[in-house]
Structures are given as structure tokens and as C-alpha cells.
Design a binder for this molecule. Structure first.
Ligand SMILES: Nc1ncnc2c1ncn2[C@@H]1O[C@H](COP(=O)(O)OP(=O)(O)OP(=O)(O)O)[C@@H](O)[C@H]1O
Ligand SMILES: [Mg+2]
Ligand SMILES: [Zn+2]
Length: 305
């Protein structure tokens, strides 16, 4: 389930949240995401390289950043180091170092609350604007957000956790609603027994196999989006999405009913529609059916198992 979610995230450029006890492979999966993503286009490579150069991160002998960057700030990071700024000349923050790549927020509830909420603006606009008394600076910051969290502050496996349920709720409530709203895919990871892990080897695919499916889905999206400024489903503005790329009406009705029942926000609907397109691209369909739209809703709501 979690591997599939990573594949969907890669195919459409979607934001992903993984919830699960320690040792269930959250960090492992996040770190593998760049290995199933396509390499950067020449424009993307130039933009990413410029930022890495400004930030003094360009390794010697590597003139161009060609693979999607993977930026993983520590949970003690300040707002300025995430967003950018600082004293003197404004410096690009982690969100910009992750431009055209992944921003991995591991142990998300441990971050300062204001720090995580500051991700909302770049998530929406794909850039950050840093205002100074004399000037303003804009840094590009179009990244894919991957968050990981333990369901509980004690970080013990489910069977050993004795924390009261209020404690667990409080812990996760550090992640604000408006931030979770912007996460397209939410999955819960369960610990696996040793036997399961061994049996799973028979089904395990290499990154190359997954990368090939991701590339196929991205190609389909690119063809559909030809003549628009967008290349992946994740970045199509909501209004254009609904007008120019309608899903099958039955699927739309599923989302409409969920919205009436207060189960999904208007922004969530747009997010689910984008994921539905990615599911169709992965399946080689011309447009999302009710099945794909319903599944996209379940993935957004974190109920897809
Ligand atoms: N389902 C799985 N399939 C394959 N390997 C697994 C699986 N679950 C756990 N592992 C193994 O367990 C190791 C630990 O996983 P990882 O560090 O990614 O866990 P985590 O969920 O990030 O834990 P924590 O919450 O403590 O950070 C991985 O490197 C991997 O070898
Ligand atoms: Mg981890
Ligand atoms: Zn606990």
C-alpha cells in the first residue's frame, strides 16, 4: 500500500504523508522516491543548479543538478532556514533547495508549529517572497512534500504503546488542518511480521520497474497538458482542472456527496481530482472513472485500506 502511494506520488508529483510506528519503512520509502522520479528537464536542471549555487551547495566537479533534489531538514530547523532569509543577503531555505525535488519532513509533529505552517505559502505558489525594508527577494520553491510521523509521541510500536488516546490525538493535532488539507495522499503503515517481510520479497519490484511505470504515466500527462504551462497533474490550477479536464460524472458525484457530508474541503476536492488523473495515467485510461475518483478521495482522506 505504501509503496503504491509512493508510486502515485511520483507519477503525478503529489504530496504524501506516511503515518506509522517506528521501523515500518517511512524514511526508507521517502528516501527511495527520487530513484523512481524522472531526471530533470534542462530548464528544471538550470533552476535547481542556480539555487544550489547561491546556497553554496554545488559539489565540486558537479556543474549541473540533474536528479531531483532531496532536502530533509531536521525538526529543530528554524522558520528562516526552512523558508529562507536570515541575516545579511537573503539565503534560499530548504523549500528552495527542494525546488523540482522532494522536501522530506521526517517526524513532522516534532517541528515547531509555525515552521510547518510556513510551508503553506510555497505549497500554494511554488515560490517564497522574502520582504526586507529595502527590497524583496523571490526564490522558486516548487517541491513535492513528503511528511512522515509516528502516530504517538512515545514512538513505540502499537502493542507497546500505553499512551492515553488524548495524548495521541494531541500529538497529531500539531499538524494543522490547513497543512493536511494540502497533502494529496495519506497512508498508514503497519508493522510487518518477519514471515510477511520474507514472503514480500517475491513481490518486491526494483526501483527501475516502478520508475518505468512512473515515466509512462508522466508521458501521458505531458501529452494531455501539451500547450499548457504544466507538466504534472499536481500543478494544474483547480479552476482549469475542473473546466478543461473533467472526470467521469459519476466520480464527481462521489466527491460532491463527500463535500456535502463535510468529509472533504473544496481544496481537497481539487487535490483528489488531480490524483484521480494520475491513477488514470498509471492505468492507461483516457480519463478517470468513478473507481479512480473514489480511490483518490480515499487516499486524500487517509482511508485507502
Ligand atoms: N515493509 C517493509 N519492507 C521492507 N523493509 C522494511 C519494511 N519495514 C521495515 N523495513 C526495514 O526496516 C528498516 C527501518 O525502516 P525505517 O527507518 O524507514 O523506519 P521508519 O518508519 O522511518 O522508523 P522511525 O519512525 O523510527 O523513523 C528499513 O531500513 C528496512 O530495512
Ligand atoms: Mg524514520
Ligand atoms: Zn504511545
Amino acid at each position: 500500500m505504501a509503496r503504491r502511494a509512493v508510486e502515485i506520488a511520483a507519477a503525478g508529483g503529489h504530496n504524501l504523508m506516511m503515518l506509522g510506528p517506528p521501523g515500518t519503512g517511512k524514511s526508507l520509502l521517502a528516501e527511495r522516491l527520487p530513484t523512481v522520479l524522472p531526471t530533470l528537464s534542462s530548464t528544471e536542471a538550470l533552476e535547481a543548479t542556480a539555487i544550489h549555487s547561491v546556497a553554496g551547495l554545488l559539489p565540486p566537479g558537479a556543474p549541473l543538478v540533474t536528479v531531483p533534489p532531496f532536502a530533509a531538514p531536521h525538526h529543530t530547523s528554524s522558520r528562516a532556514s526552512i523558508i529562507g532569509g536570515g541575516h545579511g543577503n537573503p539565503q534560499p531555505g530548504w523549500v528552495s533547495k527542494a525546488h523540482h525535488g522532494i522536501l522530506f519532513v521526517d517526524e513532522a509533529p516534532q517541528f515547531g508549529r509555525g515552521v510547518l505552517d510556513s510551508l503553506r505559502e510555497p505549497l500554494e505558489r511554488g515560490e517564497v517572497v522574502i520582504a526586507r525594508s529595502t527590497s524583496t527577494v523571490a526564490f522558486p520553491a516548487r517541491f513535492q512534500l513528503v511528511m512522515a510521523a509516528n502516530p504517538c509521541p512515545c514512538a513505540k510500536p502499537g502493542s507497546l504503546c500505553t499512551c492515553p488516546s488524548g495524548e495521541r490525538r494531541r500529538y497529531l493535532s500539531r499538524l494543522s488542518g490547513p497543512l493536511l488539507d494540502r497533502i494529496d495522499l495519506k497512508v498508514e503503515l503497519q508493522p510487518v511480521a518477519r514471515a510477511e517481510l520474507l514472503a514480500d520479497r517475491a513481490f518486491a519490484e526494483s526501483s527501475a520497474t516502478v520508475a518505468a511505470r512512473v515515466a509512462g504515466a508522466r508521458e501521458r500527462a505531458r501529452e494531455r497538458l501539451a500547450g499548457t504551462p504544466w507538466r504534472t497533474n499536481a500543478v494544474i490550477p483547480g479552476a482549469r482542472l475542473r473546466r478543461d479536464f473533467p472526470v467521469e460524472p459519476a466520480g464527481l458525484r462521489v466527491l460532491g456527496r463527500a463535500m456535502d457530508a463535510g468529509q472533504i474541503s473544496a481544496r481537497g476536492v481539487d487535490r483528489a481530482l488531480r490524483v484521480a488523473w494520475t491513477l488514470a495515467d498509471l492505468a492507461g485510461r483516457d480519463r478517470p472513472t468513478e473507481e479512480e475518483t473514489s480511490y483518490a478521495f480515499a487516499l486524500w482522506a487517509g482511508r485507502a485500506w
